[in-house]
Design a protein around this ligand. Structure first.
Ligand code: XMP
Length: 606
């Protein structure tokens, strides 16, 4: 092996690949390894990092993997599940309990190589059910969180042994919410493992161009170009690798695009000079017909993904393009959230990971130049490829488009378990001066690496932003079955809520398109578009207090890699503009702001 490298053992945590990215940021090659890989596979590495895991618990049962790694004389660092495994292997104890979610303060208890240059308190990001309550004789505690010190049994948030070169962190140093996580990873990789940095984005670009040429041979590629950042950067790198002549682009208007978006996409590819073989197809009717009557989110996603391929194959036939590879701008989160790595849970099926595509991938018929990257890196690569900043900084827009922002219902209230949790929710909201209403529908979220299809709560009351956020973390963190909270932007707290029947129709899509347009224009007018990472607008088929209009939810968030996200407070003048415009749209009866972080909510609602 030419580069000094780190092995990241992927136990299926949502962040396993992010760990590899963060290691690469230090200029050190990182490669993903499977838990059952033979011990020889680990020999070439200078260090090992063990990821978190959704399926396995260190508590009680013995989890099967290549435990001989502990006999190797190279440093090992574990995050979350990895932390618990290391503690257990060297004589510590793990219990089922001590759940923590979200940001926490880590208090460092003494000097250590892992935390060199940090402390005494560090903001870290937690997402776990099990906890380490005892450590073996060779280990010392390196840090704790207040929740742990207040518990009946002490919980270890950071442990280590400089002699054994084994370290464990209960939190996720790889996510951006652990403010100095990069420094911790650098300390491990560069200092403790002694790796020499030799990986770079320029190097990646050169290697990727070579890889594309090798995979494609003398065939052509046909890329589905949505106009989003990912497929645009994919088009640019493919154009560079193969030349414009062998690159066909197809933009499909699936009827789920934003207002005037398809028109803008066509113009954009012209400006980029990538329109030599640019094809456009209006397939809105095909998509809407396929989605007719469907209300279940995963089935909607599958239908959209399958229809893309159907339309694509039909177009290829009609254009007489044969012997091509399908190119996609898939980025890493699309794969991991679809459950596409060996052990990851399916949070949601991304449109570019439906079964037909998986089959084509198996037959080597798909080329995905960005599949290893996250959004920030795609933007960085786009810059190197000369794509203008205005295009790279467009908000991410999901492949299934407004399809995942148009919630559907058969009109039957889903109120399972409401009677048990209502009093606790109301009481928690009240502590912050808020009133709470449980909503009889569900949305997708992610909790401790697992898909959570649970209920949102609507909070009403004119209280400071900080109190709203505290109420949300108290409710989503402590009440089972709740993964999302929204803050009512209408002055009155509704007494009653009911679902209204609604599926994917032109009328509802037009209404959502209009509301989304209002939000985007308002963000631009207030100079907030670039400051906010993404801002989905969602149409929710719920009506309040006997009226008929549906609920519109606006979800402004900050993020870097979409694996975590934080809700953003909007200025009151902007909120007033949204009230004035959106509540006046015919068919709208309510307006709220999504105030949930990810986890436990996801950015999109479906
Ligand atoms: P979630 O909702 O999982 O979204 O927190 C993370 C990021 O991914 C986008 N997203 C998608 N992008 N195809 C895509 O290309 C999809 O099927 C898809 N689903 C979600 C989402 O907008 C956010 O930026």
């Amino acid at each position: 092996m030419e580069h000094d490298a780190i092995a990241v053992i992927d136990f299926g945590g949502q962040y396993a690949h992010l760990i590899a990215t963060k290691v690469r940021r230090q200029g050190v090659l990182a490669e993903i390894r499977q838990p059952e890989d033979p011990i020889e596979a680990f020999h070439p590495y200078r260090g090992i990092i063990i990821s978190g895991s959704p399926a396995l618990s260190s508590y009680g049962e013995d989890s099967g993997y290549t435990k001989e790694i502990y006999d190797l004389d190279i440093p090992i660092l574990g995050f979350c599940f990895g932390h618990q495994e290391i503690a257990k292997h060297y004589g510590g104890e793990v219990i089922h309990g001590g759940r923590e979610w979200g940001k926490a303060d880590l208090h460092l208890t003494g000097p250590s190589k892992l935390f060199a240059g940090l402390g005494p308190t560090e903001q870290v990001f937690m997402s776990h059910y099990d906890s380490v309550t005892a450590i073996g004789p060779d280990f010392e505690e390196l840090g704790y969180t207040p929740a742990a010190s207040g518990a009946s049994e002490h919980r270890f948030a950071a442990i280590g042994s400089d002699t054994l070169k084994r370290y464990g962190l209960q939190f996720h140093a790889e996510v951006d919410d652990t403010v100095n996580g990069d420094r911790m990873i650098a300390n491990f990789v560069l200092d403790i493992c002694g790796c020499e940095p030799s990986w770079s984005m320029d190097g990646f670009l050169d290697e990727e161009i070579e890889r594309i040429r090798e995979q494609v041979g003398d065939k052509s590629v046909f890329l589905l170009a949505s106009g989003g950042v990912d497929s645009t950067v994919a088009a640019a790198i493919l154009g560079k690798a193969l030349g414009p002549d062998r690159l066909h682009l197809l933009h499909i208007d699936n009827g789920l695009m934003r207002k005037s978006e398809s028109k803008q996409v066509v113009e954009m590819f012209g400006r980029l000079g990538l329109d030599e073989h640019f094809h456009f197809c209006d397939a809105s009717d095909v998509f809407l017909e396929a989605l007719e009557g469907e209300t279940e989110p995963e089935r909607k996603r599958r239908i959209i993904g399958d229809t893309f391929i159907e339309v694509f194959q039909r177009e290829a036939r009609e254009l007489g393009i044969e012997d091509y590879l399908l190119a996609q701008g898939t980025i890493y989160p699309d794969t991991v959230e679809t459950g596409g790595t060996t052990r990851a849970d399916t949070i949601k099926t991304h449109h570019n990971r439906v079964p037909i595509i998986e089959e084509m991938i198996e037959h080597g018929k798909v080329v995905e130049p960005l599949a290893e990257l996250y959004k920030v890196e795609v933007r960085e690569l786009g810059e190197r490829l000369g794509i203008p900043a205005a295009m790279l900084n467009r908000h991410p827009f999901p492949g299934p488009g407004l399809g995942v922002r148009l919630l559907c219902s058969d009109g039957v209230a889903d109120t399972d378990g409401f009677d048990q949790i209502r009093p606790e929710i109301e009481q928690k909201a009240k502590q912050f001066g808020l009133e709470a209403l449980l909503l009889p529908i569900r949305s997708v979220g992610v909790k401790a690496d697992l898909r959570a299809y649970e209920h949102p709560v609507m909070l009403s009351g004119d209280v400071p932003w900080g109190d709203v956020i505290d109420a949300v973390s108290s409710i989503t963190g402590e009440v089972p079955g709740i993964n999302r909270c929204i803050w009512n932007l209408v002055a009155i707290h509704p007494a009653e809520v009911r679902p209204v029947a609604g599926t994917v129709t032109h009328e509802r899509l037009d209404l959502l398109r209009e509301a989304d347009h209002v939000v985007m224009e308002a963000l631009r007018r207030h100079g907030l578009y670039d400051d906010i990472w993404q801002c989905p607008t969602v149409l929710v088929p719920l009506a309040f207090d006997g009226a008929d209009g549906e609920l519109v939810v606006v979800r402004p968030i900050r993020s870097q890699r979409a694996m975590t996200a934080a809700p953003v407070e909007l200025p009151s003048a902007l909120v007033q503009e949204l009230r004035d415009s959106i509540l006046n749209l015919p068919g709208v009866g309510g307006l709220a702001l999504d105030v949930t972080s990810k986890p436990p909510g996801t950015i999109e609602w479906e």
